[in-house]
Ligand binder design. Structure first.
Ligand code: 2P0
Length: 335
């Protein structure tokens, strides 16, 4: 029997991936860019074991048995076993059944990049089990698109590429590049989202003309600007681009037919508070971004963390008053 355990971090995109041009290989319509988070806070942990004694292969997610024969899991396992066979045809463990046990230390399928961390982790663990070396992002991508960005640390671009080999992750700056950058995650709802990312983006590809425009005209320019803002550590510019890109994703979701709403009233309240804080200070102190769920990811610098968190808390207290039917206070004057 051979066992390995790996952890892999979540990544939060600032230029979002939304839409595939090839569903099987998971090739995206547009390039995307994200920051990989520190993995001691949010990560997936996966143990893979293989043994001659195992009667069958099995998959366990957060303690619950799941179908190991799902296409994506099988694509990943088969690709890695094929590489392992090419490397060492006499490696007998390749023919043994595997047991995969994975868990997240944060809400699963709540729009917090759980599949990204999960597949990045699975691919790293399997590669280690079968002693495969080299770039793993192409394989992770075939498990879940955004997973290819989680195999690298720091600021990571996923170039849309022209084929499977070059549609991979590229580190644009390492984890030490912007040491005072922080991400604050506000869990608005930890439940499973009603429209999966995969289903949502397929519907957008079919029905949204805005998505076509975004992929062709907008993202290439956005990628250049975002990369530059990150390399120059220009927070004001970075924040505006991040918020615009998030808003565009959710505009596309509304342009999808039937429309998809991932953000809820609490998400929009957070969006409003962030703009109020930035307007009041006449510069961007904080940026929101929302994935395929209502939860908010806020990017901010360490020096503003206390200011922003206390203003958010105050705003939620005011919000509760409003909810009770009291008059809407002017937020700027209250903070
Ligand atoms: C992103 N999301 O760039 C965007 C923003 C959600 C919104 O990547 O079908 O779970 O497995 O390739 O990777 C979520 O999509 O979708 C995602 P599949 P995935 O982070």
């Amino acid at each position: 029997m051979k066992t390995v355990t790996f952890t892999a971090p979540v990544n939060i995109a600032v230029v979002k991936y939304w839409g595939k041009r090839d569903d099987k290989l998971i090739l995206p319509l547009n390039s995307s860019l994200s920051a990989t988070l520190d993995q001691d806070v949010m990560c997936a942990k996966t143990t893979v074991a293989c043994s001659k004694e195992f009667k069958e292969s099995s998959l366990w997610l957060n303690g619950k048995r799941e179908d190991i024969n799902s296409t994506r899991i099988q694509n990943v396992i088969k690709t890695i076993k094929k590489l392992a066979l090419e490397k060492n045809p006499s490696n007998e463990i390749i023919s043994w059944n595997v047991e995969i046990r994975s868990c997240n230390n944060f809400p699963t399928a709540a729009g917090l990049a759980s599949s990204a961390a999960g597949f990045a982790c699975l691919v790293s663990a399997l590669a280690n089990l079968y002693e495969i070396e080299g770039d793993l992002s192409e394989i992770a991508r075939q498990g879940s698109g955004s997973a290819c960005r989680s195999v690298l640390g720091g600021w990571v671009a996923w170039d849309k590429g022209t084929n499977s080999k070059d549609s991979i992750a590229r580190q644009i700056a390492d984890e030490n590049h912007w040491p005072d950058m922080r991400v604050l995650i506000i869990v608005v709802n930890a439940g499973h989202k009603s429209t999966t990312s995969t289903g949502g983006m397929a519907r957008s590809v079919e029905t949204s003309r805005l998505l076509e425009l975004r992929a062709k005209e907008i993202v290439p320019d956005m990628m250049r600007k975002m990369e530059k803002a990150i390399l120059q550590k220009n927070f004001d510019e970075f924040a505006e681009l991040t918020m615009r890109d998030s808003n565009q994703l959710h505009a596309i979701c509304l342009d999808t037919y039937p429309p998809i709403s991932y953000m809820n009233d609490t998400s929009r309240f957070i969006q409003y508070v962030v703009h109020s804080i930035n307007d009041f200070h006449q510069t961007n102190k904080v940026a929101y971004t929302f994935d395929a769920g209502p939860n908010a990811c806020l990017y901010l610098l360490e020096e503003n963390a206390q200011l922003v968190t206390s203003l958010l808390c105050k705003s939620f207290q005011i919000g509760a008053e409003v909810f009770r039917g009291n008059e809407i206070p002017k937020l700027n004057e209250n903070i």
